[in-house]
Write a protein that binds this ligand. Structure first.
Ligand code: XMP
Length: 326
């Protein structure tokens, strides 16, 4: 009988045995999987692990603090944050095509992470050490999907990471390779991670960059962040977080409509609420949110976010709509 505690103990022992006294790095995304993977490895090897968090400026309100403050407080992990906001915004300037945005964000992310890894490598080198391992939060369903199904071990050794340059070759440590998402959450709780991290809803790697329809700019990000934060606050206050899969808020930055507020005419942007219910994100249904919750979100967003004068609701299932708009 596998208890969560025994999964933790066995995995920690296996990591300790495998990594020994060598060093590892891990990119934290703010999501559940990388956080739990890092926490497990940290439990096994302590300060031989360094985590890297890239702030690409496409995060939601409070997400950087959740990693820098809450995750570090819960684990004591060594964390390096790279502030790459200007770099990402520069690379995204003038870009409106969704696939183009995704490619740029992915490419810049790898470049920034590579540079951080090189810097850490140099630092370790100065102390006569070398970073040998890269920690990844790969789950069992990812393993099956990529054809590595049978006999999933806790650690897949001696695999160099595709795409990284010659001077940055790591072996992978994938402590979640045998686990499903619900087990990962239980392991996270067992390790003392906060609920806000363990039960976080899915959030795409390209972040708010693919929730602004049109060019991504600092002002538009600030607008979307404010609207998103209100929607999340109200959904949480209504106790709905566990009932919905996620609720993207999308800014139609190239659309304007006429409105009226106080004595004046407004000409602002619409946002779209996209609440969905799903088991695995492959298919999804639009969530029938209570009208009073929708009303509070709408009233607050139009009152508190100056650029937004209209709130709309996406009532499309997946298929035919995807969950994200881009
Ligand atoms: P779609 O829009 O394809 O989204 O219906 C399905 C689920 O995947 C999330 N998503 C992503 N997650 N990187 C990620 O890590 C991505 O590029 C990405 N794109 C979409 C989306 O939020 C939803 O949960």
């Amino acid at each position: 009988q596998w208890t969560t505690a025994s999964i933790v103990d066995e995995t920690v022992a296996a990591i300790r045995e495998h990594v020994g006294d060598r060093r590892a790095i891990c990119a934290l995304s703010g999501g559940v999987d990388s956080a739990v993977a890092a926490a497990l490895v940290h439990r096994a090897i302590g300060d031989q692990l360094t985590c890297v968090f890239v702030d690409h400026g496409l995060l939601r309100s409070g997400e950087r603090a959740q990693v820098e403050r809450d995750f570090v407080a819960a684990t004591g992990v060594r964390l390096v944050t790279v502030d790459a906001v200007d770099r990402f915004l520069g690379a995204l300037a003038g870009v409106t095509d969704p696939e183009e945005k995704r490619k740029i964000i992915g490419r810049e992310f790898i470049r920034v992470f590579e540079q951080a890894a090189r810097d850490l490598q140099a630092e370790a080198g100065a102390a006569g050490e070398h970073i040998d391992f890269l920690v990844q939060g790969t789950l069992y369903p990812d393993v099956v999907e990529s054809g590595g199904g049978s006999g999933a071990a806790n650690i897949k050794s001696h695999h160099n990471v595709g795409g990284l340059p010659e001077d940055l070759q790591f072996q992978l440590v994938e402590p979640l390779r045998a686990l499903f998402k619900d087990e990962v959450r239980r392991v996270g709780l067992e390790l003392g991670l906060p609920e806000t991290i363990v039960h976080r809803q899915p959030f795409p790697g390209p972040g708010l960059g693919i929730r602004i329809i049109g060019e991504v700019t600092a002002d538009r990000l600030a607008t979307l962040r404010a609207a998103d934060s209100i929607a999340r606050e109200e959904l949480t206050a209504a106790g709905l977080d566990r009932d919905i899969w996620q609720c993207p808020v999308v800014l139609l930055a190239d659309v304007r409509s006429v409105g009226v507020q106080g004595d004046g005419r407004t000409y602002g942007h619409p946002v779209v609420l996209r609440p969905v219910s799903s088991e695995d994100a492959m298919t999804a249904d639009w969530t029938r949110l209570p009208y009073d919750v929708l009303e509070r979100i709408s009233t607050r967003i139009t009152n508190e976010v100056a650029e937004v004068n209209r709130v709309t609701l996406d009532v499309t299932s997946k298929p035919p709509g995807t969950i994200e708009w881009e």
